[in-house]
Design a protein. Structure first.
Length: 227
């Protein structure tokens, strides 16, 4: 009995740990889905003027409206989407009501990088955002070629002499040829808890199968020795 008891206890204990991890990930999945739903609701709220004192945590995804003119040079952030292909995000300074902020105006194809775009006075509607796209592996921007590899709000605001505020534009009162707005949404926020849960439950199943196989082999060996 002892030769069966120890592996059985070990097998059941290991499976219990793996199943508990899977259950925890399912709970995390519900928590994350609730957060994403709240973010999506916030994104779609009625826009308001940019607050006088902006907070990057409190005001993340806040819908805003501003009237002003995009001015000065553009910054081009290399990107790619499944629908549009490779291209650049156009980041530009906007002067509005005595303030100067960054605006993500949207996507242009690679071939339109150096095409002139009219800088006109218009109304912008979008959401405040501080994308977390940089890490220790992110290359420095190629300033000479005007190619950036992430939307680094702090660095870009210093480059264009603006407040560290980025408005992701979703619509404007006047469109620009070959410039497609890319509104902020919750789809870019990672939510891998379902995959993690499946992984843990699968490992638990494999663990139980291997335990059963080991006990079966042990029983056959014991029977053979008795014979």
């Amino acid at each position: 009995m002892r030769r069966f008891l120890i592996p059985l206890v070990f097998g059941l204990a290991g499976a219990a740990v793996l199943i508990s991890l899977g259950v925890w990930q399912v709970q995390r999945l519900g928590w994350k889905q609730a957060i994403l739903a709240d973010i999506q609701i916030r994104i779609a709220e009625d826009p308001v003027p940019i607050p006088e004192n902006v907070d990057s945590v409190r005001d993340r995804y806040l819908p805003v409206t501003m009237t002003g003119a995009s001015i000065g040079p553009e910054l081009h952030v290399l990107m790619s989407t499944k629908e549009l292909g490779a291209g650049y995000r156009v980041i530009q300074a906007v002067e509005t009501q005595g303030r100067r902020v960054l605006a993500d105006l949207g996507y242009i194809p690679l071939t339109a990088k150096d095409s002139p775009r009219a800088q006109v006075h218009k109304t912008f509607v979008g959401n405040l955002h501080w994308p977390e796209e940089t890490d220790s592996y992110t290359p420095d921007p190629d300033v000479a070629k005007n190619i950036w590899f992430a939307r680094d709000v702090a660095r870009m605001s210093g480059h264009l002499n603006t407040e560290p505020i980025l408005v992701i534009v979703r619509e404007t009162s006047q469109s620009v040829a070959k410039l497609t707005p890319l509104p902020v949404d919750s789809t870019g926020i990672p939510n891998d808890h379902l995959q993690y849960a499946i992984t843990w439950f699968s490992l638990a199943a494999i663990w139980l199968i291997m335990t059963g196989y080991f006990l079966s082999r042990t029983a056959k060996a014991a029977k053979g020795n008795v014979t």
